[in-house]
Design a binder for this molecule. Sequence first.
Ligand code: ADP
Ligand code: MG
Length: 392
Amino acid sequence: MNTAFTAQRAQVLQQKFMDTFGQAPDGIWRAPGRVNLIGEHTDYNLGFVLPFAIDKNALVAVRRKAANKTQSYQFASTYGAQDTVEITEILHENLVPGTVPGWAAYPAAVAYVLDQLPQVQLDGFELLVDSNVPVGSGLSSSHAIEVGTIVALNDLFELGLNKKEMARLTQRAENEFVGAPTGIMDQSASLMSGAEHALFLDCRTLDSQLVPLPLDEHQLVVLVIDTRVEHSNSDGGYGARRASCEQAASELGVESLRDIQDVGQLENLDPLVRRRATHIVTENQRVLHTVKALRASDMNAVGQLLNASHVSMRDDYEISCPELDLAVSIAQGAGALGARMTGGGFGGSAIALISEDKINLVSEAITDAFARAGYRSPSIFTVIADEGAGSL
Ligand code: ADP
Ligand code: MG
């Protein structure tokens, strides 16, 4: 983590909080965005994923209001704000799924699920977010806000929730309150990651291991290519993929596709469902192989697995798009060890594992190719594997 930079942002946020709410916050919490190294759409199939938290994060300042005040929640964000930030106030009785408009649905969703817990009496609070996770780029800016909110409320209201519980609660928040049928990876990555490691997560049990990412040792970096094609998990594509997986699992008589180890078992499925399921089964295997390759410090093997993952998402799962495919193929052609789209798909970002002396070469090749194709200019930057959420 760039501590000096974060401290400086926190100082500005502290002042902004005072300007907005008239008093200092009780504290500031940090929750990172993430990239997924490999293991895409496997989370809701209760399989394996291997994401890591990145050095882009949401800072969330919160003040708990006195218990005798009207129970209400006030949410504000510096995002797009000029001099003053806009406050969305939600009364406790109006904390109802589907009714909170815009971005405030994310922190409101967290308040909602916590308030549902029998032992919790969630008095009012004021919350101000400042995030530098790019929005809608597949780096999980929405989960950074949810996770920042839950770690803050967990501390402030002394809820005693552990990371697994917080991950499950934010998933419920997103599913039940925001209405996006997303899995468990993003919030887990934001909560459980460790600096210079990838998070090997079993999405059935939420058991996890931190696997060292030997990038420095090999003079490698992870380059993110944000295509600036905005994706949305609430759109139909994501839900349709989930439905195909559920259909496959049900026809095969298993709880989830996690229980299928061999693509031979998929033979009798309808051809489209079979291709969808093939991606999940092979992607789970690729995650396990990537963990092994990382432990053996075999980065060429990691690169090959990233490439294979992209092909599977492009051809079997069909969640890529022309911009992502172009970013990936140009990166590969310019010498990346491997590249793949990352995140839910249908837009968002790709990642490339490249030698650090090729950052400019690869970036320029992709920017040029996008210009030639008439695409929006991509945003390209390197990320480091950062630690998970916590208080500052
Ligand atoms: P992703 O999580 O991949 O960035 P999503 O569509 O899931 O994309 O989430 C983006 C949404 O999260 C935005 O439309 C907005 O509602 C909310 N959001 C993200 N960052 C901020 C921010 N800094 N301030 C307010 N809302 C934000
Ligand atoms: Mg999101």
